[in-house]
Design a protein around this ligand. Structure first.
Ligand code: SF4
Length: 94
């Protein structure tokens, strides 16, 4: 939601200060399992950018990359020889 918020603000030039609204739908086959939920996320961008008191995940990611302490995530759906150049030699998959 934070990424969408930042992209929408950049593209439109309109400051986005209201909470984000998120809608989830369970599209199960039986009516008893079909549900819709609506929620709000306030200041979604703070998770990415930080809140002035603690850093956001982009700053953590930058520190990891600059320090060279990247670790693998073999549970990622992108962990596949088709998507990752490190796949043949990656020690995190073993
Ligand atoms: S092969 Fe290694 S580096 Fe590539 S996605 Fe999987 S865990 Fe990450």
């Amino acid at each position: 939601m934070g990424v969408y918020e930042l992209l929408a603000e950049h593209a439109s030039g309109v400051p986005i200060n209201a909470p984000a609204q998120i809608i989830g739908m369970n599209t199960a086959t039986t009516p008893a399992s079909q549900r819709v939920g609506i929620g709000e996320i306030a200041v979604a961008r703070a998770v990415l950018l930080g809140d002035g008191e603690s850093p956001g995940i982009l700053e953590y990611a930058a520190k990891i990359i600059h320090a060279g302490t990247f670790w693998g995530n073999p549970k990622s759906m992108m962990c596949h020889e088709r998507y990752c150049a490190a796949f043949p030699t990656c020690k995190f998959r073993k």
